[in-house]
Design a protein around this ligand. Structure first.
Ligand SMILES: *Cc1c(COP(=O)(O)O)cnc(C)c1O
Length: 428
C-alpha cells in the first residue's frame, strides 16, 4: 500500500488516534490522513510523492506560503546562535515592538507558545482585572483547549455551561456562559442575569472554527457597548484572524478596540507561538510587573521570534493584502459559480486570506446552528473528491480555508477545474 498508510498504521500504535491534534485524523471526512514531508509556496508533497495545492496553510501561519526563503534564512541564522537561551533576547523586543505598532489596541504583549496558552492567560488577566469569575463565549467559537473554554451551553444559552469534554471540572464549566454568535440579545440576557459577575466576553471577531462566519453589522460594536456598560473586558481572539484578514487584524478591519487580544498562527510563521496583549491597565497586572502569574520556559524563543518577525516583515510588502484578498475572493467566487452551474446550493465567504464554503441554500450562514445544518455528507464527498484531484482542503466542514500570497491565478484555475469535476460527480 502507500507510505501514508504504513505511517498511519505505525502512528496509531503509540499515538492516540495516530495524530497529535484530532482534526488531522480525517474522522469527519472518512478515510486516512495523508502524511506530508515537503512543501513550497502553495504546494505540498505527500510522502508518496503526490503534489497538492494547499488550502490549510498549517491552519493559518503560512500566509506567505511554505518554506519562504526569507523565513527559512531567518530561522537558520537564529538557530545557529542557539535554539534557546532562557534569558531575554533581542528578537522578543523586536516582536513586541512590531505587534504594538501594527495593532493600535496593544500597549504591551506577552509571548507564549500556542494560541491555547494565549487565550487561557488572557482570560486569567481579565478575571484578575475585574475581580469576576464568569465569562461569556460563543457556541462554535474555539479558543484553544484550556478547561474553561471546553464548555458548551446546556439547553438554551441561558443555562450554566456543561463540560464538552470529560476531565473538565463541572465547577469550572459553570463559570463559562455560552451565547449565540451574531445574537446580541443572547449576550445581553446573560449580562442581565449576572450583571456584576462577568469578567469578559471572549469572541473570534470573525469565526473561523465553525467554517468561516462573518460578524453581522453591529454585532462587534454591540459587544463593545455591552462590555462597557457592564464593566467587562472585551477579549478578541485573533489567533486566526490576526494579520490574516487585515494588517491590523479583524479589529482593524471592523474598527473595534478590544481590551485584550490573543494572537498565534501568523505571528509564528509555523513555529509554536502565541501572544496576548492589550491595554496597559490590564497588562501591568501580569507578573513580574503585577500579581497575575504567567510564565514559559520557551516563551519568546529566539528561533520562533526570528520566524515570526520575518513573516510580519513580509506582510509589509506593497499590495500584500490587496493581492491576497483578490486571489482569495477569486477562489470563493469561482467555487460559488461552479456550484451554481452544477445546481448545488452553496454559500461562500472570503475575507482577506481566509475563506469558507457551506453546502447550504441559506443566503448566508450566521451562527453555529446554521453551520451545523449544512449538508455535511455532501461536504465529505466534495472533500474526498478534491483530495483525489490534488486539492488539500480542511478535512472538516467546520474549518475555514486559508490562501497564501504564494497562491497564483494558475493554482486557482487548477482548483476550480477540479471543483467543477467533483461538483458534477456529487450533484443530485
Ligand atoms: C487555532 C486557534 C486557537 C488555538 O491555538 P493553538 O495554537 O492551536 O493552541 C485559539 N483560538 C483561535 C481562534 C484559533 O483559531
Amino acid at each position: 500500500m502507500s507510505l501514508s498508510h504504513d505511517l498511519f498504521a505505525r502512528a496509531r500504535v503509540h499515538m492516540p488516534g495516530g495524530v497529535n491534534s484530532p482534526v488531522r485524523a480525517f474522522a469527519a471526512v472518512g478515510g486516512e490522513p495523508v502524511f506530508f514531508e515537503r512543501a513550497e509556496g502553495a504546494h505540498m508533497w505527500s510522502v508518496d510523492g503526490k503534489r497538492f495545492i494547499d488550502y490549510i496553510g498549517s491552519w493559518g501561519p503560512m500566509i506567505c506560503g511554505h518554506a519562504h526563503p526569507k523565513i527559512v534564512e531567518a530561522v537558520q541564522h537564529a538557530a545557529a546562535n542557539s535554539l534557546s537561551f532562557g534569558t531575554p533576547s533581542p528578537g522578543e523586543v523586536t516582536m513586541a515592538e512590531m505587534l504594538c505598532e501594527m495593532i493600535p489596541s496593544l500597549d504591551q504583549v506577552r509571548m507564549v507558545n500556542s494560541g491555547t496558552e494565549a487565550a487561557m492567560s488572557a482570560m486569567r488577566v481579565a478575571r484578575a482585572a475585574t475581580g469576576r469569575e464568569r465569562f461569556i463565549k460563543f457556541e462554535g467559537c474555539y479558543h484553544g483547549h484550556a478547561d474553561s473554554f471546553l464548555v458548551k451551553a446546556g439547553s438554551g444559552a441561558q443555562t450554566l455551561g456543561v463540560p464538552t469534554s470529560p476531565g473538565v471540572p463541572k465547577a469550572l464549566a459553570e463559570l463559562t456562559l455560552n451565547a449565540r454568535f451574531n445574537d446580541l440579545d443572547s449576550v445581553e440576557a446573560l449580562f442581565k442575569q449576572y450583571p456584576d459577575e462577568i469578567a469578559c466576553v471572549a469572541v473570534e471577531p470573525i469565526a473561523g472554527n465553525m467554517n468561516c462566519i462573518l460578524p453581522e453589522s453591529g454585532f462587534l460594536e454591540g459587544l463593545r457597548e455591552l462590555c462597557d456598560r457592564y464593566g467587562s473586558a472585551l477579549l478578541f481572539d485573533e489567533v486566526m484572524t490576526g494579520f490574516r484578514v487585515h494588517p491590523k487584524g479583524a479589529q482593524g478591519l471592523y474598527g473595534i478596540t478590544p481590551d485584550l487580544t490573543c494572537f498565534g498562527k501568523v505571528i509564528g510563521a509555523g513555529m509554536p507561538v502565541g501572544a496576548f496583549g492589550g491595554k496597559a491597565e490590564y497588562m501591568k497586572l501580569v507578573a513580574p510587573s503585577g500579581p497575575v502569574y504567567q510564565a514559559g520556559t520557551l516563551s519568546g524563543n529566539p528561533v520562533a521570534m526570528a520566524a515570526g518577525i520575518a513573516n510580519l516583515e513580509l506582510l509589509g510588502q506593497p499590495n500584500f493584502y490587496e493581492h491576497l484578498g483578490q486571489i482569495t475572493a477569486s477562489l470563493a467566487d469561482g467555487l460559488q459559480a461552479k456550484a451554481d452551474a452544477a445546481g448545488i446550493p452553496m454559500t461562500t465567504v472570503a475575507v482577506g486570506g481566509m475563506f469558507g464554503f457551506f453546502f447550504s441554500d441559506a443566503e448566508r450562514v450566521t451562527n453555529f446552528d446554521e453551520a451545523a445544518a449544512c449538508d455535511l455528507e455532501r461536504f465529505k464527498k466534495f472533500f474526498t473528491g478534491m483530495l483525489a484531484e490534488g486539492i488539500y482542503l480542511a478535512p472538516s466542514a467546520f474549518e475555514a480555508g486559508f490562501v497564501s500570497s504564494a497562491h497564483s491565478p494558475a493554482d486557482v484555475i487548477e482548483t476550480l477545474a477540479a471543483a467543477e469535476k467533483v461538483l458534477s460527480e456529487i450533484a443530485g
